[in-house]
Design a binder for this molecule. Structure first.
Ligand SMILES: *Cc1c(COP(=O)(O)O)cnc(C)c1O
Length: 418
């Protein structure tokens, strides 16, 4: 069972001031989770989480994470500027992009960000864009093939296909990139890799860490460069379904520590810093999309129409992703109605749930769509002339703050030349 972090009474009060649909985030939950992550990697003195800004590009959220010691992992000009505006500076910013425009490299270099190169050709492109190669630089590795984890959990298997992914460099290119970068003056090197998304296994990070630690030892021997950090990137998942077991970040941190002790320490590399770039794990459970049931329809199936749509949360439409739904005030009612819960787009995939067993829903009921805190509002769009919804923050003291207002028609028309 998933329990919302707000009560029906709280939501009803909030909705009188901020009409549905809206996203709401839980400050206390975000902070305590960030602290658990930090604690799990406290054994590594250089550890830092660089929050993947693309998951929740909302300044108020980035500021909370900054207070918890997190940096910003950016992938575009807008994300770099957002990091700058919340006061992140220098090596608190990681720039992990691909197909990178020259001006983005210039902005990242101007901020003193750590630049993570996605491809061998970007070594020269970076130098051309910036005029020189920064002292600290990172390269993204793609081992190719198929990535699987030995350990699987009930109903979930970790398998991904790096060989089909557009990201990163081959093994040979990694060595070549390090040599060329060293020749151009780089002195501190990092290794980055992202092999699987939304993993529900405590073994993902330790397995990835082993692979990257081994690679670090080899690259150090082959190229003679100083490897300063290893970036495990994102990919630690969350249980979207109530019956799925959650990852245990303390167990994950301990698994990575073991690999570190076994591989890096004996190679004389016991001072390598570890970085993560988590997005979903940091935010998804701490955001709800709150929407109101506005219509019902009885044809060949039973439909409940809500005032949110895929423009507010694209994951069900795009990935067929499961998002749990709580009908507020009916938490203990029997789930004896089978519904499709739909938005109003002229797209039949605009459904938050298909054939979902839920309590009877009446018009006016408030629905909480869970785990919308990452890759939720962030993936919003304006199809069918839908306006982007507001974002609210439930603060630790129980008060609610507007952190992004809802879009207006004027916003929507702003770029039009009539
Ligand atoms: C998307 C992304 C992340 C975050 O991924 P999550 O699955 O949200 O943890 C981290 N690093 C890079 C380079 C990414 O593209």
């Amino acid at each position: 069972m998933k329990t919302p972090f707000v009560t029906k009474e709280q939501l009803e009060a909030i909705a009188t001031q901020y009409p549905t649909p809206f996203h709401i985030y839980d400050e206390a939950g975000i902070r305590s989770n960030a602290r658990r992550l930090k604690e799990a990697f406290a054994w590594n003195p250089g550890f830092r989480e660089y929050f993947a800004v693309k998951a929740t590009p909302t300044p108020a959220i980035l500021k909370i994470l900054k207070e918890e010691g997190c940096g910003c992992d950016c992938s575009s000009m807008a994300e770099l500027v957002m990091a700058e505006r919340i006061g992140a500076a220098g090596q608190e910013i990681m720039f992990s992009s691909n197909n990178t425009p020259a001006e983005d490299f210039r902005k990242a270099a101007q901020l003193g960000a750590i630049i993570n190169l996605d491809d061998l050709t970007l070594v020269d492109a970076l130098e051309e864009a910036v005029g020189s190669v920064p002292a600290t630089v990172c390269c993204r590795y793609n081992p190719g093939g198929v990535f699987t984890l030995g350990e699987t959990r009930e109903g979930f298997q970790v398998m991904d296909n790096p060989g089909d992914a557009k990201y990163g460099m081959t093994r040979a290119q990694m060595a070549e990139a390090f040599r060329r970068l060293a020749a151009k003056g780089a002195v501190n090197f990092g290794i980055h890799s992202f092999l699987a998304s939304n993993t529900l296994s405590n073994e993902y990070y330790p397995t990835l860490a082993r692979l990257l630690f081994q690679l670090a030892v080899e690259l150090k021997e082959e190229t003679g460069v100083h490897i300063a950090f290893i970036n495990l990137s994102g990919g630690v998942g969350i249980p979207y379904r109530p019956e799925q077991p959650a990852n245990d970040i303390a167990v994950i941190g301990e698994g990575v520590r073991k690999a570190y002790e076994e591989i890096l320490v004996p190679a004389g590399m016991g001072n390598v810093a570890l970085y993560t770039e988590l997005g979903r794990f940091m935010l998804a459970p701490y955001g709800h999309l709150v929407t109101c049931a506005t219509h019902e329809k009885h044809i060949y199936k039973e439909y409940i129409g809500v005032d949110a749509c895929a423009c507010d949360l694209m994951r069900p439409a795009m990935y067929n992703a499961y998002h749990h739904i709580t009908v507020m005030g009916k938490e203990n009612a029997p789930c004896d109605h089978k519904y499709d819960v739909t938005g109003g787009l002229c797209e039949n995939n605009d459904k938050f749930a298909v054939d979902r067993m839920l309590p009877r829903i009446d018009r006016g009921d408030l629905l909480v769509i869970h785990d919308a805190g990452a890759h939720g509002h962030a993936m919003g769009y304006n199809y069918n002339g839908k306006l982007r919804s507001a974002e609210l923050l439930l603060k630790e003291d129980g008060s609610v703050e507007l952190i992004r207002r809802a879009e207006t028609l004027e916003d929507y028309f702003r770029t039009v030349i009539w």
